[in-house]
Design a binder for this molecule. Structure first.
Ligand code: TXA
Ligand code: MG
Length: 336
């Protein structure tokens, strides 16, 4: 398809960036890689373009977007007041997979923030995302480029599967390096709260901030009323297959896995076993692609071992729990 354009992930071609920027300036939609997942970009201050994002993704209007910025100065220009901790956090983690929720400046349209008084801001580190921001010279609102509720896209092919020609241009720079989305950190709360665990681990934030709280997963109804980060809603990132989560020590989980495999075979069910659970970084990288692969294989059930809740494991656990559609996780039963 001619609206998918290959671009060098390390040294993006200038003419391709100019073409993408022109589409954005004209109110169009451009899907582009970030270090986390592919984003569906539109000019943040263009209301028509913002509206097109919600339509293309079939995203409910109560779920606010992240505005991607070229640098910290652009971020400050979109804030009402700059939180004290912003400077130290931005200099440590930007560009990178960290999104700040702060009080929004008046010029940020309510359509972007789902009419919340806050805006989410992130400076991405991927060379293609950075080059696109430079070429465009303006903030780019970009949710993950999947259909609402589907696993996030870590490859251009995933964007094509979900959005096809609802997007004007897809910049294909290969698989995204991290695989899970940015950490969303709410700086309007004290202590700051992680609304969504992601690419920057909680432990790293604690080194800078001291205490950081972790918001819990909520029902959509709570999110819709604006009472919590909507990304915290359950039943998200879902493949068509039913996901079964196996928790406990690695040893316990493997024993449970073997038992479930035998049971599913007896029941005549097909299953897909998530690999890479022993390495949280690799697990994060391949998580969403594996969910889509399970669907391609038409598996009835996905068996997934939960990694430990440290480092990137926290984000992986969060995505798996929400893909399973239930906060409570099957606890490993002790072996007799
Ligand atoms: O890594 C990422 O963050 C990717 C790439 C493309 O940058 N983007 C991404 O966007 O994951 P999205 O829209 O799929 O997720 C944004 C999350 C949602 O959970 C949304 O509810 C939350 O950020 N969010 C956005 N604005 C917010 C606000 N003002 N207050 C609370 N949560 C907000
Ligand atoms: Mg998303």
């Amino acid at each position: 398809m001619n609206h998918v354009v290959h671009v060098n992930a390390k040294a993006p071609e200038q003419e391709v960036m100019e073409r993408a920027a022109a589409i954005l300036r004209g109110g169009g939609l451009v899907a582009f890689p970030t270090e986390t997942v592919y984003g569906l970009g539109a000019l943040a201050l263009n209301l028509k373009a913002i509206h097109r994002i919600f339509t293309a993704k079939e995203r409910p209007d109560w779920d606010p977007l992240i505005v991607h910025v070229r640098d910290a100065a652009m971020a400050r220009s979109l804030m009402k007041t700059v939180p004290q901790s912003f400077e130290s956090l931005a200099s440590r983690f930007w560009p990178g997979p960290l999104t700040f929720v702060v009080e929004k400046a008046d010029l940020v349209p309510g359509e972007v923030t789902a009419h919340r008084p806050t805006v989410a801001l992130r400076m991405p580190g991927h060379p293609v995302a950075a080059a696109l921001l430079t070429a465009t010279g303006a903030g780019i609102a970009a949710p993950s480029a999947n259909r609402f509720g589907r696993p996030s896209p870590t490859r251009a092919q995933h964007v094509l599967e979900d959005l096809a020609d609802r997007v004007d241009l897809i910049l294909d720079a290969g698989p995204t390096p991290m695989g899970v989305e940015s950490t969303v950190l709410d700086l309007t709360q004290s202590p700051p709260a992680i609304l969504r665990p992601g690419g920057v681990p909680r432990e790293e934030l604690e080194k800078v901030l001291g205490e950081v709280t972790l918001a819990s997963i909520v029902e959509d109804e709570v999110a819709r009323k604006g009472l919590a980060g909507p990304g915290m809603s359950i039943r998200h990132y879902s493949p068509r297959a039913r996901i079964e989560l196996l928790d406990g020590t690695a040893e316990e989980a493997v024993v449970m896995m073997k038992r479930r495999v035998e049971e599913l075979k007896r029941e005549g069910k097909t299953f897909y076993i998530m690999s890479n659970y022993g390495d949280s970084q690799l697990y994060a990288q391949t998580l969403f692609d594996q969910m889509r692969e399970a669907d391609r294989q038409q598996a009835d059930v996905i068996l997934a071992i939960l990694p430990p809740a440290s480092g990137l494991g926290l984000a992986v656990r969060d995505r798996l729990q929400r893909a399973a559609g239930s906060a409570p996780v099957k606890k490993s039963r002790s072996r007799k």
